[in-house]
Design a protein around this ligand. Structure first.
Ligand SMILES: NC(=O)c1ccc[n+]([C@@H]2O[C@H](COP(=O)([O-])OP(=O)(O)OC[C@H]3O[C@@H](n4cnc5c(N)ncnc54)[C@H](O)[C@@H]3O)[C@@H](O)[C@H]2O)c1
Length: 427
């Protein structure tokens, strides 16, 4: 006997829901074999964060090939310019901005600037910038853990808040989050990364549900969860050899093409490769202990140790020796950006950078016989527009660099911990 009144409505809606569930399961199964038509994106304005290298650069090129105009945001200006050059070589339009996505003031200001410069709104946002500390949690400086959370998770809030309102107003847009399979299941020794990517997945899914609950059907979302990609981010990471034959690190180009396929059909979630849906499912369905033994068998329980080891070696082995000026620029810019971020946060904006360089940091910089090295900061504009690094006490003036990553990190930490008093400038 069917209930009457409110009960009948619930039963009807339940039946409808079950039919819908079955329909979407069937539709998505068919889509695995018969791909739906892709949407045209020529004329879209696509903003990509972390576009200075790796996947971000390839995304810029792929979107260009599909006729979109790209806005490139990266904290590193010179590699970002290289991406723009590649985009222009493909006949596309690229606009570069040096933005630290962890700095919300910088994000909001740059978003306004993009609007003003281009006279139009961003219609697709690809949140791609990402970092990993690469150290065991108990050895890892707090600042590095914080940085992972800020880049991989907090930044998503700032960029979405900057660009979603216009998309909603026009009921047109697309938000893409490049998370990771490590946002769906975890692996040991990368707690910072897993935590930040689980957070990114949570953020993205909640946002996607919100847009649907508000019936903003024109703003689409795609969550991209790749397995290890061969960009160098997890260099050294190794699972059991026999399993690695089944699941080798992804070619960056393949990864981006798969992600593009998903974006262009408005697919809400894509795991690359498909095989990685399996551990995602087993995490949800199997007992914890079953997953533990599977991890052990596959070598996933210790796969990050060689990666951490290789990162440690890079840091501790000290002197990176090169006569290549570009390499030198990269190393110094790393320190420079860290210093800028800290300085910005410390609200020392109006003062000259040299006043904040302590003897300690100068000593570190002395390890670099830089000669008369000029660097520029877009984000700090006139503040550090022409800053000459310390000429170095070293007599070596052949332009040889002797600066290890450990030293760069120490310099950064000195700044982070406020051990860099003002007014001792020697520049
Ligand atoms: N490489 C992998 O194995 C892998 C696997 C799964 C997911 N992912 C994700 O894919 C995305 C791209 O990774 P990738 O391998 O190309 O990394 P990558 O290191 O090659 O590139 C990351 C880019 O982000 C930029 N960036 C870092 N901090 C920034 C900041 N504060 N503001 C602006 N830009 C910043 C860097 O300058 C760099 O250009 C990341 O979100 C990463 O977590 C990577």
């Amino acid at each position: 006997m069917r209930p009457t009144g409110g009960g009948e409505v619930v039963i009807d809606e339940l039946e409808m829901m079950l039919l819908d569930v079955i329909y979407f399961i069937l539709r998505n199964s068919v889509r695995v074999f018969l791909r739906p038509r892709t949407k045209p994106i020529d004329g879209e304005l696509v903003l990509i964060t972390g576009s200075g290298g790796g996947l971000g650069r390839l995304f810029a090129q792929e979107f260009t090939k599909h006729g979109a105009e790209v806005v490139l945001w990266d904290v590193n200006s010179s590699p970002n310019e290289q991406t723009a050059t590649l985009v222009r070589a493909l006949g596309g339009k690229a606009h570069t901005y040096t933005v630290d996505v962890t700095n919300r003031a910088d994000v909001y200001r740059s978003a306004e600037l993009v609007r003003k410069d281009l006279g139009r709104d961003v219609t697709m946002l690809v949140n791609n910038a990402g970092v990993v500390a690469g150290e065991r949690m108990l050895d890892c400086p707090d600042e590095l853990i914080e940085r992972t959370m800020k880049v991989n998770c907090h930044a998503l809030f700032w960029t979405v808040k900057a660009f979603l309102p216009q998309m909603k107003a026009q009921n047109h847009g697309h938000i893409v989050t490049i998370a990771s399979v490590l946002g769906l299941f975890s692996t040991p020794f990368v707690e910072d990364y897993c935590a930040s990517k689980f957070a990114a997945v949570g953020f993205h899914e909640s946002l996607a549900h919100e847009l649907l609950a508000e019936e903003v059907e024109g703003v689409k979302t795609t969550l991209v969860c790749p397995y290890i990609v061969d960009t160098g981010m997890f260099e050294g990471c190794k699972i059991r050899e026999e399993v690695e034959m089944l699941l080798p690190p992804l070619e960056p180009q393949y990864c981006v093409e798969q992600a593009m396929n998903a974006i262009l059909i408005d697919q809400p979630l894509v795991c690359i490769p498909r095989l990685t849906y399996l551990p995602f499912l087993s995490r949800a369905l199997l007992p914890w202990e079953s997953n533990v033994v599977t991890y052990r068998f596959m070598g996933s329980d210790k796969c990050m140790l060689p990666f951490i080891e290789s990162k440690k070696k890079q840091m501790a082995n000290g002197p990176v020796k090169t006569t290549n000026r570009d390499h030198l620029n990269g190393a110094v810019q790393g320190l420079w950006q860290c210093a800028q971020v800290r300085l910005f946060e410390c609200r020392f904006r109006r003062l000259r950078l040299r006043h904040f360089i302590s003897q300690e940091l100068q000593h570190l910089l002395c390890c670099v016989p830089l000669g008369h090295f000029l660097t520029r900061s877009h984000s700090f504009g006139s503040l550090v527009a022409h800053c000459h690094l310390y000429h170095g006490k070293s007599s070596d003036r052949r332009g040889e660099i002797r600066m290890g990553r450990a030293e760069l990190l120490m310099g950064w930490l000195a700044l982070s911990e406020g051990r860099v008093p003002a007014g001792q400038g020697m520049l």
